[in-house]
Design a protein around this ligand. Structure first.
Ligand code: ADP
Ligand code: MG
Length: 323
């Protein structure tokens, strides 16, 4: 057997065995059974060494994160994770690296009932591509495009933790271990995403920061949808809040990447359903603002006055506000 054959063998039987996998790793294609009445939700992400992670990072954490970012996309559609495929480009044959990577990948796959059904392994600069496949009852996927004036805007969890960890790592200052865990080992909010079917009018997962990602909801929801965010309402842990306090720069909760929380809109008529649905998934949801007639994003300070974020460290904000 060649080295690559050995690597492929190592990717057999990863994750949860599922009865809808007619044929998994080992043939030219996987064969999968999509249940009647369900639609397939598909998303693919590449993590490249040097761009998305450092080549010498912990391979088990990389295995976790490469699947987590895909599961976060499924969560943001209200889709239930089912299958994944994995394309690995590896600079050399390192069985220990591959074993650690697949351990991290497999643990998260098992936790979400996902079966790894195929992939590709090639030699080259280190890069990981994961495609995830989820199931959603026909017509029930939660798109970015459904927000309407009057809807309330919510986020799950806390914002800015991963951004703080990245800032600490780059500065070489002692890392806040919770924040570092949020950067390196994000938790996709799959259960919450499923609970929001029939409740959220629009949803997105936060990978580029609330300002940009809520901007995607506004753009998709069309002319007439703007948003107001109350800065005082943004959910932050104490270390993030004090970093914001220190210099008045709201970049951490608004414009740093890798939060992997959900941002969603809820019509006022569905608030009672939201509080019932939000009890189960084990992550807090916080109202941070509302959709208003107009366009673009406005941020309100503690007294309810609009704040020009351009003066607090943002370059890219004025464009969006003008929008
Ligand atoms: P082919 O040449 O027909 O594309 P390969 O030799 O690339 O097939 O792969 C053989 C089998 O191993 C296929 O079922 C493929 O899906 C699986 N496979 C290869 N690499 C991976 C990987 N990194 N993770 C999961 N399955 C893989
Ligand atoms: Mg191949």
């Amino acid at each position: 057997m060649s080295e690559l054959d050995l690597i492929r063998d190592g990717f057999t039987g990863i994750g949860t065995p599922r009865s809808d996998v007619i044929l998994g790793v080992g043939d030219d294609c996987a064969l999968l059974e999509v249940p009647a009445g369900q639609q397939l939700a598909i998303s693919i992400d590449t993590l490249a060494a040097g761009t998305h992670f450092l080549a010498d990072c912990d391979p088990a954490l990389l295995g976790h994160k490469s699947l987590a970012v895909g599961l976060s996309d499924l969560a943001a559609m209200g889709a239930e994770p089912a299958w994944a495929t994995l394309a690995l480009t590896l600079p050399d044959h390192d069985p220990r690296w591959v074993a650690a990577f697949s351990r991290g990948f497999a643990a998260l796959a098992k936790a979400h009932g996902v079966s790894l059904v195929g992939g590709d392994t090639t030699r080259g600069p280190l890069s990981v591509t994961v495609q995830v496949h989820g199931l959603v009852p026909a017509g029930q996927a939660i798109r970015r495009s459904g927000a309407a004036p009057g809807d309330l805007v919510y986020v799950s969890g806390t914002l800015g933790d991963a951004g703080l960890a990245l800032r600490q790592l780059l500065a070489g200052t002692p890392a806040d271990s919770f924040a570092r865990g949020r950067l390196e080992r994000p938790t996709p909010r799959v259960e919450l995403g499923l609970a929001l079917r029939g409740i959220a009018s629009a949803m997105i997962d936060l990978s580029d920061g609330l300002a940009a990602d809520l901007g995607h909801i506004l753009a998709a929801s069309g002319a007439g949808a703007g948003a107001e965010i109350e800065l005082a309402a943004l959910p932050m842990r104490a270390t993030v809040a004090s970093a914001v306090q220190a210099d008045g720069d709201w970049t951490l909760p608004l414009a740093s990447g890798d939060d992997y929380e959900l941002c969603f809109c809820v019509p006022p008529s569905r608030l009672a359903e939201l509080s019932a649905a939000a009890r189960g998934p084990g992550v807090a949801v916080t109202r941070v603002g509302r959709i208003i007639a107009g366009s673009g994003l406005r941020c309100l300070g503690p007294d309810g006055d609009p704040i020009a974020l351009g003066s607090t460290g943002f370059d890219h904000f004025p464009d969006r506000q003008a929008g």
